[in-house]
Design a protein around this ligand. Structure first.
Ligand code: IPM
Ligand code: MN
Length: 362
């Protein structure tokens, strides 16, 4: 019996509800395949601000560093949204990503044919969509200094900084090229090189690195054009690699291809071991959805598919990951839907029942 140590951060809003389903899935995987998952739950985000005065305690960060993987649901909410607040839940998330060195955020967008009619986009456009966005996660506007506000004679001013070093750009582009090589050998590098100097560095380096990947077809796409192409002809994309903020925005957009923001998982990874595993942070791309929190209606699938990514990418449990993904497909094929993706005639279920359905298929 293999033992795995996992830190679980349910966070705020719908976070605890979807996390409960993720842990149900993990228990089912443990029983079916004979593994023990030691899960340590920690308060994180807004609830940790209320309890400890900080969204991420040093203890939680240390615990996460020692674990094999971290599962996170969602953070934030109106209670902590005051723009004047000294401390915000999202700071905890950024500190966690940075503190664990997780520079590569992998966001797969695959359209389950059963959900083709749940999207606001025409089913024929969605046919065969299977792409991955590789988003840089610990640089760019999210971390660049200076970031501040001040008053001048002309009024209030503010600055954010989009800074990238060669090291940061190279390592994320490498993740993109390597992933494209394992998939359909198509890499779209997304930037705004007609305006931004950081994008021109990015583009130059992508061209240099392409020499080492003659098998990968590289193209450069400006971020605004990419936003359009993603919904016009999404099948054209295989792997997209881009900087932090562009990746944040494009993946919310891309989630509509999959039917709902609630469907998409993500993995945040740092340096890998030789066997390609390593510490990772796994979270759905959706937020804490305060409007539906506590109602038991949130879609747990993005969270559950994040568990599958964790099994594969941090724990090296490929068969187990496939079992989870298949169980999700079966629940959808059987017609079960949470409200966010429910079309006419669907069997609408809540968070818990969806989790139970999926767990029973493992
Ligand atoms: C995401 C989220 C976060 C981000 C927020 C909550 C800080 O939107 O993971 O996409 O912007 O990275
Ligand atoms: Mn986002």
């Amino acid at each position: 019996m293999a033992n795995f140590s996992i830190v679980a951060l349910p966070g705020d809003g719908v976070g605890p509800e979807v996390m409960a389903e993720a842990l149900r899935i993990l228990t089912a995987v443990g029983e079916r395949f004979g593994h023990r998952f030691d899960v340590q739950k920690e308060l994180f985000g807004g609830i940790a601000i209320d309890t400890y005065g900080t969204p991420l305690r040093q203890e939680t960060l240390d615990l996460s560093k020692r674990a094999q993987a971290v599962l996170l649901a969602a953070v934030g909410g109106p209670k902590w949204d005051d723009p004047k607040a000294a401390v915000r839940p999202e700071q905890g998330l950024l500190a966690l990503r940075k503190g664990l060195g997780l520079f590569a955020n992998i966001r797969p967008v695959k359209v389950d044919p059963h959900l083709a009619n749940s999207s606001t986009i025409k089913a024929q456009v969605l046919d065969g969509v299977d792409l991955v966005v590789v988003r840089e996660l610990t640089g760019g506007l999210y971390f660049g200094k200076p970031q501040k506000r001040w008053r001048s004679a002309g009024g209030r001013q503010a600055v954010d900084t989009l800074r990238y070093s060669e090291v940061e750009v190279r390592r994320i582009l490498q993740v993109g090229f390597d992933l494209a090589r394992q998939r359909r050998q198509k890499l779209a590098s997304v930037d705004k090189a007609n305006i931004l100097e950081s994008s021109r560095l990015w583009r130059e380096m992508a061209n240099e690195m392409a020499q080492d990947y003659p098998d990968v077809e590289l193209r450069h796409v400006l971020v605004d054009a990419c936003a359009m192409a993603l919904i016009r002809r999404p099948v054209d994309f295989d792997v997209i690699v881009t900087e932090n903020m562009f990746g944040d925005i494009l993946t919310d957009e891309a989630s509509i291809l999959a039917g709902s923001l609630g469907m998409l998982p993500s993995a945040s990874l740092g340096r890998r071991r030789r066997d390609r595993t390593g510490l990772g942070l796994y979270e759905p791309i959706h937020g804490s959805a305060p409007d539906i929190a506590g109602k038991g209606v949130a879609n747990p699938i993005g969270m559950i598919l994040s568990v599958a990514m964790m099994l594969r990418l941090s724990l090296g449990l490929t068969r187990e990951a496939e079992a989870v993904e298949q169980a999700v497909e079966v629940a959808l094929a059987d017609g079960y839907r949470t409200a966010d993706v429910a079309e006419e005639g669907a069997k609408v279920v809540g968070t818990r029942e969806m989790g139970e359905r999926i767990a029973s298929g493992i």
